[in-house]
Design a protein around this ligand. Sequence first.
Ligand SMILES: C[S@@+](CC[C@H](N)C(=O)[O-])C[C@H]1O[C@@H](n2cnc3c(N)ncnc32)[C@H](O)[C@@H]1O
Length: 262
Amino acid sequence: MDNNIVGGSRINPAGGEDDEETWLHAWGLITSFAVSMTLKAAIELGIFEALSNASSGAVTADELAARLPTMDKGGGAASVDRVMRLLASFDVVKCVTEAGPSGEAIRQYRPSPVCRWLSSNHGGPSLAPYAMFTTDQDFLTAWQQLGAAARGGQTAFKRTHGVPMGEHLGRNPRLLGVVDKAMVQISVMVTSKLLERFHGFDDVAVLVDVGGGTGSTLDMITSRYKHIRGINFDLPHVISLAPSILGMSPPSYEFDLVSSPC
Ligand SMILES: C[S@@+](CC[C@H](N)C(=O)[O-])C[C@H]1O[C@@H](n2cnc3c(N)ncnc32)[C@H](O)[C@@H]1O
C-alpha cells in the first residue's frame, strides 16, 4: 500500500507518512473559524443552557430544538443536529448513536465538561459573553483588514471603522455593552483566583484599578478587604456604565469613579 496517496491522489510524493498529518493540520487551521462561529450560534440559540437543564442527560436534536426558547415554531431540528454534530467533533458535547426501529441512526447529545464555561446557568461566571465579544460583527470585519494593517499604517480596527477601538466603543453603546459583559466575566474568574491565592492586600489603604472597566475587580477586592478605598479609573463612556457601588457596602467603603483625561 502506498502511504503517500490521500483520496486517490498523491499529494506530496516526497512527503512520506507525515503528509496526511500536515494536510489535516492545515485543513484544521483553515476551517477553525467554523468552531468559533458554531459556538456563537449555539450560545445565541441557548443550546448550552437547554443541555444542562435536560434531566434525562442525553437528548436528541428534536428534543433539544423543542426546548430552545429562540427557535421558530416547528423549525430547525435538522439544523440543530448539524450544529450538534460539529460541536461533538470538537468534544464540546458527547454524541451517542443508536439504531432506531427501522435501522436509522438516532443521535443523542449530552454536555461535555467544557459546557460549564459556555452556559450561563451553572452558578458561576461564564465565557459565553467572551465568545460573543470575539465573534461580534464589528470585530470580525476588522480581521479582514489584518493583512493590510500588517503591511503598515493604520490598525485593522481603524481601517475598518475609521477610529481606534476605544473611540468606536465610545460611540457604540451596543458594542460597549457586549465588551463590558465579556470583561466583567473574565475579571470575576481571574479575581476570584487572585483572592484565593494572593494575600498582599492587608496593608493596602487605597487601590487604583487603571482600566478597571465597570469596577467588578475592585468591587470583589474591596468587598473582601473592607478597609481598602477603591478608585476605578477608566474612560468616561465606560464609567458611564459602572454601577454605583456606594450603598452596597459598609460606610467605611468608598468607591470613586474617576474618568481618564483622554
Ligand atoms: C481589557 S479592558 C479591562 C477591563 C476591566 N479590567 C474589567 O474588569 O472590566 C481594558 C480597559 O482599559 C480601558 N482604557 C483604555 N484606554 C484607557 C485610558 N487611556 N484611560 C483609562 N482607561 C483606559 C478600557 O476602556 C477598558 O475598560
